[in-house]
Ligand binder design. Structure first.
Ligand SMILES: N[C@@H](CCC(=O)N[C@@H](CS)C(=O)NCC(=O)O)C(=O)O
Length: 208
């Protein structure tokens, strides 16, 4: 059995699926994809993940992408060290956290990342080089994000992102909103929580 994990710095998305790999004690080959060198858009990597994004998991030749999908896959294939609650209610709560994180927090937190970091990389390129890079980005939405990062996000967009990334999680009522007990405190939901904490930090930073 071979597991290869293609990832960038273990910060946001790359960290999210590295945690279950480590917590489950799975031996995996770490393959670093250098986002500063645009390796995520290079032909060799797009052949692995046609969306040109990290992370990606290769399990004996089967490619799995998108962190929440990778984490569920690892749980299904390697259940010996369980990280997902076994009871349906706990599993639903875990999935709700992940959905919230993927659709709300990550989108808005990442706008600050694109503004502060990707924008700097994008502006260092001359326009010819930048256009050549654009041609290699497979997803139209990502191409648009690169263009916006180069020109700079508007103050209104950043303020909106700040509000959304720090908004209260209201999806679960009463007792479910209490901090999860140790049983349900799985790696998957812990990851979501830490990403949410990161979101709040971002929002605090951008207010200063
Ligand atoms: N929904 C994806 C998001 C992946 C993602 O946004 N990856 C970022 C790094 S954190 C990336 O590859 N960015 C480079 C680019 O889009 O050019 C997941 O959960 O894996």
């Amino acid at each position: 059995m071979t597991l290869k994990y293609y990832h960038a710095e273990p910060a946001a998305n790359s960290l999210k699926s590295m945690i279950p790999l480590i917590e489950k004690g799975l031996p995996y080959q770490s393959i670093y994809v250098d986002l500063h060198k645009f390796e995520q858009h290079a032909d060799w990597f797009v052949a692995i993940n046609p969306e040109g994004q990290v992370p990606a998991l290769d399990h004996d030749g089967l490619i799995v992408t998108h962190t929440s999908v990778i984490n569920e896959y690892l749980e299904d294939v390697f259940p010996d060290m369980p990280l997902r609650p076994r009871n349906p209610a706990g599993a639903a709560r875990m999935r709700h956290w992940n959905k919230f994180c993927d659709e709300q927090v990550m989108n808005y937190v990442s706008m600050h990342g694109w503004h502060r970091m990707v924008g700097i990389i994008a502006r260092k390129l001359d326009s010819g080089e930048f256009e050549r890079l654009m041609e290699h980005i497979p997803l139209p939405d990502q191409r648009k994000k690169w263009r916006t990062a180069r020109s700079g996000f508007s103050e209104a967009d950043l303020a909106h992102a700040t509000r959304r990334s720090s908004m209260r999680w209201t999806g679960w009522k009463s007792s479910s909103r209490r901090p999860p007990g140790s049983q349900a405190m799985t790696t998957l939901s812990r990851t979501s929580i830490s990403i949410r904490i990161a979101a709040c930090r971002w929002s605090a930073c951008s207010r200063n």
